[in-house]
Design a protein around this ligand. Structure first.
Ligand code: AMP
Ligand code: ZN
Length: 114
């Protein structure tokens, strides 16, 4: 999609620090980390939010979570644990309209939902 910053990032048209890639998913560092480890995982196929993704192709969910499982195992993050967050719409504060899962880890995380 032409106007989407995460499509541009995936195509290499804007810079990112990529920490994971497979056939269908990439992971990269969030520009403004909200935990010691804060990565974003996106599917290479554009959808605008998690509900759009599920109605477009629910297999993408499996591919995203498989990628996160591989990454967190590789990086030893399963011992301390981690949190996955996705925002949809203004009340949740979604700012980028290419579905993404936030992976937060690397320290004791605070409460959420505030
Ligand atoms: P959300 O508010 O859930 O839509 O999350 C969007 C996230 O994307 C925020 O945490 C931003 O810091 C992050 N972000 C925006 N632009 C970039 C970028 N070019 N590279 C990495 N992370 C980005
Ligand atoms: Zn996109």
């Amino acid at each position: 999609m032409d106007d989407c910053i995460f499509c541009k990032l995936f195509e290499g048209k804007i810079p990112s620090t990529r920490i994971y890639e497979d056939d269908t998913v990439i992971g990269f560092k969030d520009l403004r980390p909200q935990a010691r480890i804060h990565q974003l995982f996106i599917h290479k196929q554009h959808t605008r939010d998690i509900n759009d993704l599920v109605s477009t192709d629910p297999n993408q969910l499996t591919e995203l979570f498989r990628a996160i499982a591989a990454y967190t195992a590789r990086e030893g993050l399963t011992r301390g644990g981690f949190r996955i967050v996705t925002n949809l719409g203004p009340d949740a504060g979604q700012t980028v309209f290419h579905t993404h899962l936030h992976l937060l880890a690397g320290e004791q995380l605070g409460p959420f939902g505030a």
